[in-house]
Design a protein around this ligand. Structure first.
Ligand code: ATP
Ligand code: CA
Ligand code: CA
Length: 431
C-alpha cells in the first residue's frame, strides 16, 4: 500500500498536537543540553519532569501558541543516548523545530500508532501506547547499557521519550527515533520480516497499485530474496543480530521485526524521490490492504480483523484520523550518515557484497524495529490464536525465547550471497 506523508499544517486535525510535541521537545532538550554534561546516576533513569505551557508564559516555560502539558522522561539518559548515537545536539533541535512542519503517517494498522517524520526526514516520532511507554521506562537501563556496549546495535535508536496533553485531551506518549531510510536514495523494495509465516503475506496483486508497500516474510521467500552479504559482512551482521536479540529475549520482548529497505544501485535514483512528495511508507504492519492511510481500513482477513479489534480493545487506542493534505516537498539537506555504526556506513546503509567481499549491487537499510511489546501483552492474545487452531510454531505469539530463536534462525538462513544461493539451488537440482 502506498501511503504518502501528509503535511501537518495549521489545517491538519493533528496540528495542535504535533506543534505541542515539537515545542515540548525543543524546550526540554535545550534545557537539558544547556547544562554541563555529567555522569548518569540511578535517579536519572526514573526522572520525569512536568511542564505547563500557556499562551502567556511563566517563570519556567516560555509562552506558547497553545495551552498544554508536557512531560519529559529521563532527559539525562536520552541526552547520553543521543551522544552515543552521535547526534549533534544543535542538529537535533533544528530538525525538530516547530518552525518546520512534520509529515504525518497515520497508522491504520493494528497498533493505532501514529508516525511523524521530521521535516528533514531524519527522525521519526512514533506515538506509543501507555503500556509500551511504561515498559520502555522499565527497561531503559538495560537498553542504555546495551547500546553503550554495542556501538553497532541494530535496535531502534531512541532519542527521547515524552508525553503531551492538551486540555481535555488524552495523554499521548511518544518516542523520537531514527528513520532507517535515507532521504536521498530511493528505496525500491521494503520488507518487514519476523521469521513467521502466518499473516505474513502482502497480497502481491496490490503491488502494482502500491509499488512501495511493505512486503513480508512470505513475499520474501516467494521471491527467493536474500540479504546478500559475503562472509565478512554476514558474520558481523549475524553476530550483532544475535546480541541484540539476546537482550530482547532477556527482557521478554516480542513481535519485533527486521525492517529492510533495499536500494538497487542499478536503478539508482531514477524515481527522483527528492523532487516528489514525501517518501512513501507503510506503517502499521497491515500490509494486505491497498487503501491509503487516510481511508478507514476494511480488513480483508477474518484473523486480522479480529486480532486488530482485540488489540485495539486491549490497547484502548483511537481510530485512525482522516488526513487531507499531500506531503510537502523533500528538504534539500542530505542525510547525516552515522559514521560509527558499521551497518550504517555505506551511504547510511549496509552494502551487499559478493563471496570475495567485493561490493554488490544493492544497499540495505535495515534495523530491528517495534521492540517495545512485552510478552504479557501478547499472551493475552494467545488464546485467540489457539482458538484458530494454528500450529504454535507458525504463529507469532510464541514465548520470547523461541520468538527470538526463530527470528535469528530465519534471518541468518536468508543471509547469503547470490553465488551461495545459486550453488545451493544447483546442488538441490542435482540431488
Ligand atoms: P504493529 O504493532 O501493527 O506491527 P506499529 O504501529 O507498532 O505496528 P511498527 O511495526 O513499529 O508499527 O512500524 C510499522 C511500519 O512503519 C514498518 O513496517 C515500517 O514500514 C515503518 N517504520 C517503523 N519504524 C521505522 C523506522 N525506524 N524507520 C523507517 N521506517 C519505519
Ligand atoms: Ca510491527
Ligand atoms: Ca507494535
Amino acid at each position: 500500500r502506498v501511503v504518502v506523508g501528509t503535511k501537518v499544517d495549521q489545517n491538519h486535525v493533528n496540528w495542535v498536537t504535533a506543534y505541542n510535541m515539537l515545542t515540548g521537545i525543543r524546550f526540554t532538550v535545550s534545557r537539558t543540553n544547556a547544562k554541563m554534561d555529567r555522569e548518569l546516576t540511578e535517579a536519572d533513569f526514573d526522572a520525569k519532569h512536568k511542564f505547563s505551557f500557556d499562551i502567556t508564559g511563566n517563570e519556567l516555560t516560555p509562552s506558547a501558541k497553545y495551552d498544554f502539558k508536557f512531560k519529559d522522561y529521563a532527559p539525562w539518559v536520552f541526552r547520553h543516548l543521543r551522544t552515543i548515537f552521535k547526534l549533534d545536539p544543535a542538529d537535533y533541535l533544528v530538525s525538530l523545530t516547530s518552525k518546520y512542519i512534520l509529515s504525518e503517517l497515520g497508522s491504520p494498522g493494528k497498533s493505532g500508532s501514529f508516525f511523524y517524520f521530521s521535516r528533514d526526514y531524519k527522525y521519526i516520532i512514533k506515538t506509543i501506547h501507555h503500556a509500551e511507554h511504561k515498559f520502555l521506562r522499565k527497561i531503559l537501563k538495560d537498553y542504555y547499557n546495551h547500546v553503550r556496549e554495542n556501538p553497532n546495535t541494530l535496535l531502534s535508536q531512541f532519542y527521547g521519550l515524552h508525553r503531551v496533553k492538551i486540555p481535555y485531551g488524552r495523554k499521548i506518549h511518544f518516542v523520537v527515533m531514527n528513520n532507517l531510510f535515507p532521504p536521498h536514495r530511493d528505496i525500491h523494495r521494503t520488507f518487514d520480516l519476523k521469521g513467521s509465516t502466518i499473516g505474513r503475506d502482502f497480497g502481491e496483486e496490490n503491488l502494482e497499485a502500491n509499488p512501495r508497500a511493505t512486503l513480508k516474510d512470505l513475499n520474501w521467500l516467494r521471491r527467493d530474496q536474500h540479504l546478500e552479504f559475503g562472509p565478512t559482512k554476514k558474520q558481523a551482521f549475524v553476530e550483532q543480530m544475535q546480541k541484540d536479540v539476546k537482550l530482547l529475549q532477556r527482557l521478554h520482548i516480542m513481535d519485533y521485526s527486521l525492517l529492510i529497505g533495499i536500494h538497487d544501485l542499478e536503478k539508482g535514483n531514477e524515481e527522483n524521490l527528492r523532487d516528489k512528495t514525501l517518501q512513501v511508507f507503510q506503517p502499521g504492519g497491515q500490509a494486505d490492504d491497498p487503501q491509503p492511510a487516510m481511508l478507514t481500513r476494511t480488513p480483508s482477513k477474518l484473523e486480522t480483523a479480529r486480532k486488530a479489534k482485540e488489540l485495539r480493545q486491549t490497547l484502548k487506542m483511537q481510530k485512525p484520523v482522516p488526513m487531507d493534505q499531500m506531503a510537502d516537498k523533500m528538504p534539500d539537506e542530505l542525510h547525516d550518515h552515522q559514521k560509527t555504526n558499521y551497518f550504517y556506513t555505506d551511504d547510511g546503509g549496509f552494502r551487499a557484497t559478493h563471496e570475495d567481499n567485493t561490493p554488490g549491487e544493492e544497499i540495505y537499510y535495515l534495523g530491528i524495529i517495534d521492540c517495545l511489546t512485552h510478552y504479557s501483552l501478547i499472551k493475552r492474545l494467545e488464546h485467540f490464536f489457539k482458538g484458530l487452531g494454528n500450529e504454535e510454531s507458525q504463529i507469532s505469539a510464541i514465548p520470547p525465547e523461541r520468538y527470538g530463536d526463530r527470528f535469528v534462525k530465519f534471518i541468518s538462513s536468508v543471509t547469503k550471497t547470490k553465488e551461495a544461493a545459486e550453488r545451493e539451488k544447483n546442488e538441490e537440482a542435482a540431488f
